[in-house]
Structure formats: C-alpha cells, structure tokens
Design a protein around this ligand. Sequence first.
Ligand code: PAF
Length: 297
Amino acid sequence: MTRRDPPLTPVVVAESVADLRSNVVRAHRGGQTIGFVPTMGALHAGHVSLIERARAECDVVVVSIFVNPTQFGPNEDFQRYPRPRELDLKICGDAGADIVFYPTVDDMYPPGYRTFVEVQGLSEILEGAIRPGHFRGVATVVTKLFLLVQADKAYFGQKDYQQQLLIRIMTRELNIPTEIVTCQTLRDPDGLAMSSRNAYLSSAERVQGLCLWRALDGVRKLIEAGERDLAKLQQSLVDVISAIDGVVIDYAVIVDAGTLASLTAAVPEMVALVAIRVGKTRLIDNLVLRLTDRAAG
Ligand code: PAF
C-alpha cells in the first residue's frame, strides 16, 4: 500500500477503530512506514503542508479528523467548530493521504469512558491556565490515536507550540515509539498564522489579529539589532499588541523554549508566546528566538 502500488484514490476512509486497525495491520505486515497527521478537520494549507511532508517521508500516510470534545471547555466552540467533511476528505486525497480515520465520539469515548493522560507542570500553564482541562483532552486523544495508528512519525504544526512540546514530552515519557516532527507555521501573506479558527474572523477582526505577527516580528528585529534585555523585549511584545483597540491579551510572554519556564534574563533559546481575544475568537501565535546565531525562526 504505497504510492507506487495501485493508488488508494479516492482516499480510504476508516470510519471505526476496527476499520483503522485492519489498515494499520496491513501496512505493518508489508513492512511499510506510517506517517500520521492528527487533525480536527476544517483543513487549510497548514494541514496540507503536514500531509505533504508525511507523504514525502513515509510509505503510508494516515490523517485523523476528529473534533475532540474533551479538549473543549464548556464555553468553547465545540458545537460550532466547522466540520466540512467532503471538502476535508478531498483535501486529504489531493495532498497524498492514503487513509483518513474519521471516528465518532462514541468510538473514541464509549459511554462510561474514564481514562485520561496528563502531562503535569505543562498542562496547567499559559494556554492551559486559560483553558483548564484542554491539554488533558489533547494528551488523552493523541495517546489514543498514537496507540491506534502506531505511526513511525507524527506531524504537528509549530503554531500550537505548547501542544507540540507537551506531545513531545508525553511521547518520550510514555515510551511511545513515534517520532514527533514539528513543522514550521504557515502564514498568509499578511503574516497571520493559518488556523481553522481564522474562518470566524470578520475582516476588521482579521486586521486586528495582525498585531500578533507584528509583535513577534518586532521582537525578532530587536534581537537581531542586539537587544538582550529580556524586560525590554517582553515590553515591546505587549506594547505592540495593546496598541490595538478591541484586542484583549490573554498572555504575551517570552519563556524558555524547552520548558516554557518563565525567565528573569535572556537565555540562548527562548520562545515568544502570544494569545489574544478578538471579538469572540482566540488567536495564538509564537516565534522561537535564538540568541546564539542571532536568528529567529
Ligand atoms: O491541533 C489539533 O488539531 C488538535 O489539538 C489535535 C492534535 C488533533 C488533537 O485533537
């Protein structure tokens, strides 16, 4: 079951755990490597780039599309989260996926479900402080998906920096033999990081949201110009965002890139993490800041 064999187009849709298992077993028996892209659907060019990377590096590409209820808070957008099934399946097929796992909520969480995974210390800070329970839901569903897909490599976007770090740590600590590949954030030409939630933004809100990238890029430029005073870098991040009327800052911080611990002085590898609310929509973004080579990425 590789792209060199008779092609699996249109993409195979595994609607249940049993369906997925038989496809995974077949791939493993054939000695093929599996690349996995977990998603919640509403796919955009950022997801396509993850699927294409998996296609380039693995024999079989599995994409999961599951809007995971356990990672949404009671007042979040679980019900209204976009679910354009046919379009998503077409995007997966066009990008080179072989199998799309499209489970139901009951498949993943049968009645009476009670087993959860938590990465202590990282789940409760920053995004986790604003969205209590969110990372417990993410860690749980990703663990379940990893156990089902048994992929050689799994692909995540850097846009959700805390998520990819948490998954990296969780995978290592649970001895899950899947390599985590973090892929660069894809941006629209105006700098806005691609996200399924951008669809919620009015055109005025979208313009407001551009302050995220302006703030991050501003810090990058300051570092390139030689600024090393953490308080000044941090202040510039906040100033650029708070200059925009109607934008509420959830957090705008520069922390250690490997642990997300807060800092009192600059260290060689930091990450600027920003989260804002524009109208009813939350936007997050980040930029890794490296001091050693004076480059940021
Ligand atoms: O990033 C996402 O889309 C989700 O958090 C993930 C990793 C698919 C888990 O539901």
